[in-house]
Design a protein around this ligand. Structure first.
Ligand code: PEP
Ligand code: MN
Length: 262
């Protein structure tokens, strides 16, 4: 992952879209896949607004075992239908090695969530695949630990790692996490890997998503991953941080103008 071995930025071509090149990658969709009409409806709206990838959790890492755990295998099937309808490549989180073959077969970008950033056996297995991996920063992980987790994947021969800053735990409780914008500059100095920013999980607050997107672009991020829901108050997960499709559209328009200047 060290830039010393690879002075140029890494750029990946994923199902006809680039991550790490000059165009901003925009990954959008609900926290969780909830139903066929929900995921297809949101996929169509985010595509029309300019998203380049569709996100949606099928296997969810919930803090409480009594909270909605995701539609699991059915969720993956619904994501495939949404991809078929919209042409958007799909990004979704893997939780368990037992589903690895299915993810390799069905998913365009495999997400490793913050809670699994140091699940080294999972990282080693992902290193044996040929799929791009979106590696989220751990809840309380240092930049060094995060890069070492990318190394676990790359050491197995899979060089397609995308880093995602999603906020870290601090003393502050007003926001869900604290977005570490300086991590973008640090990663750009230390590594050739692309870095994207998740303002949704970083802040936990819908009204902060737009300003943190612009800040991320100004700091040099290669892309954004944004939670979008058609009815946030009724979302089964992360409603308070989800923007509506209309809000998402105005964020994308502004983000593109910002990116042209950055
Ligand atoms: C998510 O992207 O839905 C998610 C659970 O994020 P994180 O792992 O960053 O908490
Ligand atoms: Mn979420």
């Amino acid at each position: 992952a060290n830039r010393a071995f690879h002075p140029d930025n890494s750029i990946y071509d994923i199902a006809g879209r680039q991550i790490g090149g000059k165009d901003l990658a925009i990954i959008a969709g609900p926290c969780s896949v909830e139903s066929e009409s929900q995921i297809i409806g949101i996929a169509e709206e985010v595509k029309a607004a300019g998203a380049t990838f569709l996100r949606g959790g099928a296997y969810k890492p919930r803090t409480s075992p009594y909270a909605f755990q995701g539609l699991e295998a059915e969720g993956l099937e619904l994501l495939k239908i949404a991809r078929e309808k919209t042409g958007l490549p799909i990004v979704t989180e893997i939780m368990d090695p037992s589903t690895l073959d299915k993810f390799v077969e069905d998913v365009d970008v495999i997400q490793v969530g913050a809670r699994n950033m140091q699940n080294f056996s999972l990282l080693k297995l992902l290193g044996q695949t040929n799929k791009p991996i979106l590696l989220k920063r751990g809840l309380s992980s240092t930049i060094e630990e995060w890069i070492m987790s990318a190394e676990y994947i790359m050491a197995g021969g899979n060089n397609q790692v995308i880093l995602c800053e999603r906020g870290v735990r601090t003393f502050e409780t007003y926001t869900r996490n604290t977005l570490d914008l300086s991590a973008i500059a640090a990663i750009k100095k230390l590594s050739h890997l692309p870095i994207i920013v998740d303002p949704s999980h970083a802040t936990g607050l819908r009204y902060m998503v737009e300003p943190m997107c612009m800040a991320a672009i100004a700091a040099g991020a290669d892309g954004l991953i944004i939670e979008v829901h058609n009815n946030p108050p009724k979302a089964l997960c992360d409603g308070p941080q989800s923007v509506t499709p209309n809000e998402f559209k105005s964020i994308v328009n502004k983000a593109k103008q910002f990116a042209a200047l950055a």
